[in-house]
Design a protein. Sequence first.
Length: 195
Amino acid sequence: MTDPALADQPLVVGIGGTIGGTSSTERALRIALDAACKEGFRTRMFGGADMARLPLYDPRATERTAHEREFVDTVRQASALIIASPGYHGSISGVVKNALDLLEETAKDDRPYLADMPVGLIATAYGWQATGSTIAALRSIVHALRGWPTPFAAAINTQLTKFDDDGGSSDPAVFEQLCLIGRQVARFAPIAQNG
């Protein structure tokens, strides 16, 4: 949770999760966001329940729902993003892709899409095969949106690593990897803003 004392600090937005309750993906994302918060950043997470409220992206729509506007406006305020997706059939989930498609709304902004923004990446899957291809898909999407994927991305095999309700992980190395993502986006955000 964001510390109220950080209200004037730059914002890191987290996007990720699955529909149908708190998932391993959301728990992993929360660890990374908490690490960014410890670096002095505000955080806002759009988890599975938030993304479930977003209708399928229609580029011809003349109006956007309140949930769509909130999502896009929050990303517009962000200094950095962390995107976490489960690996579904070798790629990112539909709800994560739909949320990212909605960023087309920023195409004509002074800062279009994710231009010059550091973006941390997390992939979770029940097995190793989908983690690599999901990270590759996320990197490709972030490049297409003009963002900067951070040097490190976390690929998490949920067959081996479990997360708990208290924000912990059964594997200390995975926990540290997720914290590294949060620290990297926090480290690179000022460079992007001043560049």
